[in-house]
Design a protein around this ligand. Structure first.
Ligand SMILES: [Zn+2]
Ligand SMILES: [Zn+2]
Length: 437
């Protein structure tokens, strides 16, 4: 008799099971049954093979709740030559991400129910990392009329953002926060005061002066950070600040959090590992917005990841066609790919030097993103969704963008040797990625 409902079992055997959401940290096993966590912790001994069982040897590896990236750009619809939802979701899985949130600055903009539904369908077909759409704050991201939040959320959007652009109008931001509060979703803001940032190609400072490039001052970010915090205080809406890059922003977020204001914040791996010096030689793979800043900013951001002032790490994965990055520095587009190097950058620059522990790394890449954006996952608690990342904390590898799953090759880490690599990524109890498998 054909069994159409065979039990599916995945046994992750003998790893360091690390789940900050439950305080778990011991060598043992994780068993997933029919897409859910059945067991996480002590070694199980012999497992009853009452279904289709896949066993993965995790000795020497860390087994944690799946990483979640709340900020990436998948370029579909509109620029499928640069990335598609499928290639982005596969790149995510290869980086150890079980879920990613897709920013709405596509062409057309994700500002309505049908556009949100399209992303969800494409992601289901990809069968890799989960993809959660983020809807636009304003229609067409034009900064004028609010998009229809209710319809987008009803179709599956998990947040709203005009990322790629700042919300220039404080009045629009205020209304967005009031409206989002009713739906209990975050408003994710790209903090950039447009008149100060205008025409800038890198951090404003000694290096920009020497290279003869127009700079973007810290205040372009910080003015919007404090504006958003004050509007959150006024409205009670949850503001989530994207890709923080300056020491001053950290101080303002700390100020807001001390007063109980609903502000959360993210930092990208590049802003906690590279400085403006990476731009030397007019390296367009170091061009991003906000720009790479100074060593003092990097140190402050690292400290903020450690103490929780910065809630989580997000990639701002932004693939571009190589022709576009080969333009002159001031004309080249902003952004770098990040899904496949995020873990290694954090292990190399934060864990290895003793700034944060592996438990903090897992919290900032998994538990905290799930909490802040209200997503499933981020835990190995019994009965929760079977989204798991297995990574080798000691694997040393040289970054070769040609081997990436993303179509983007624009990485400032190209040729660098980093430590830490995803080995196996499990989404809903299905293995969607295995390195060397
Ligand atoms: Zn942005
Ligand atoms: Zn972005």
């Amino acid at each position: 008799m054909a069994d159409t409902s065979a039990t599916s079992l995945v046994l992750l055997r003998g790893g360091r099971v690390l789940d900050p959401s439950t305080g778990l940290d011991e060598v043992g096993d994780v068993l997933l049954r029919d897409g859910k966590v059945e067991h996480a912790g002590a070694p199980l001994g012999e497992v009853r093979r009452d279904g289709d069982l896949t066993e993965v040897d995790c000795r020497g590896l860390v087994v944690s709740p799946g990483f979640i990236d709340v900020h990436c750009h998948l370029r579909e619809p509109g620029r499928e030559d640069v990335e598609t939802i499928a290639t982005g979701a596969r790149a995510a899985a290869a980086g150890g991400f079980t879920a990613v949130c897709a920013m709405p600055n596509t062409a057309p903009v994700t500002d309505n129910q049908a556009a949100v539904g399209f992303i969800i369908r494409q992601a289901q077909l990809a069968r890799a990392a989960r993809v959660y759409p983020i809807g636009a704050i304003s229609v067409g991201q034009r900064g004028e009329a609010l998009a229809e939040f209710g319809e987008m959320i009803g179709a599956g959007a998990v947040a709203v953002s005009d990322d790629g652009k700042p919300v220039a109008s404080a009045q629009l931001m205020r209304t967005a926060l009031e409206y989002a509060r009713a739906f209990n979703i975050p408003v994710a803001d790209h903090c950039e005061e447009p008149t100060l940032a205008h025409g800038g190609a890198m951090n404003e400072g000694i290096v920009s002066a020497r290279l003869g490039l127009k700079g973007i001052p810290d205040e372009a970010e910080e003015i919007m950070v404090i504006r958003d915090i004050l509007l959150s205080r006024r409205t009670g809406g949850h503001v989530h600040l994207c890709h923080m890059s300056t020491k001053g922003s950290v101080e303002l977020i700390r100020w807001g959090k001390e007063r109980g204001i609903r502000v959360t914040a993210e930092v990208c791996p590049h802003h906690i590992s590279l400085t403006e010096d990476a731009v030397e030689g007019y390296n367009t793979n170091a061009k991003m917005n906000p720009p790479l800043r100074t060593a003092a900013d990097v140190a402050a951001l690292q400290e903020a990841v450690k103490d929780g002032t910065i809630d989580l790490v997000a990639t701002d994965h932004a693939p571009h066609h190589y022709d576009e990055k080969e333009r002159e520095f001031s004309d080249a587009p902003n952004g770098i790919v990040g899904l496949e190097t995020a873990l290694a950058v954090l292990v190399t620059h934060l864990v290895a030097p003793g700034i944060i522990s592996y438990a903090t790394l897992v919290d900032r890449m998994s538990c905290s993103p799930a909490r802040v954006f209200g997503l499933q996952g981020g835990t190995l608690r019994k009965g929760s969704v079977g989204d798991v990342t297995v990574f080798d904390p000691a694997a040393s590898w040289t970054v070769d963008p040609a081997s990436f799953q993303t179509k983007g090759r624009n990485s400032p880490y190209s040729g660098m040797t980093l430590t830490g690599r995803a080995k196996c990524t499990v989404v809903g109890g299905q293995i969607v990625y295995r390195q060397n498998a």
